[in-house]
Write a protein of this length. Structure first.
Length: 131
């Protein structure tokens, strides 16, 4: 399902607690891609003190256009468990590479009445394999 998401066929939100990172500095908030969010001294502190609701591709400009495995594989795994027939179909048939793409999540930080916070949307084109 994660490959299907990367191919543009799933509209997923990030699950930032899905793949926690620990290194010599401690437990990194919220994922290893955002290096300036700080560290927690323990896993319990990471889970309790991280403002998880502030992260994700529709929640935070720092996360805009992110499709990284550390946030989205967990979402894909949850979707696979919740929708096993859809996951089976995607696994057997492989990611669809033609046709319309899934809609993107709408960024919550954009004020539609102003230009403030507008980000460039992902292009709605598919990259196809040449023969
Ligand atoms: S959207 Fe990307 S950068 Fe942001 S928390 Fe999720 S995985 Fe990390």
């Amino acid at each position: 399902m994660y490959l299907d998401f990367l191919a543009g066929n799933q509209s997923y939100n990030c699950t930032p607690w899905g793949n926690p990172t620990r290194n010599v500095f401690g437990w990194q908030k919220p994922c290893y891609l955002l290096v300036d969010e700080g560290y927690a001294p323990s896993f319990q502190a990471l889970m309790d003190e991280t403002p998880w609701h502030k992260y994700g591709n529709s929640k935070n400009p720092k996360c805009a256009n992110c499709m990284a495995h550390c946030g989205f594989e967990a979402t894909a795994a949850e979707d696979s468990i919740s929708n096993p027939l859809k996951a089976l179909w995607a696994g057997v048939m492989g990611p669809r590479t033609k046709g319309p793409m899934a809609p993107e999540p709408v960024p919550e930080w954009i004020n539609p009445t102003t230009e403030v916070g507008k980000v460039k949307a992902r292009p709605t084109i598919r990259i196809e394999v040449a023969d």
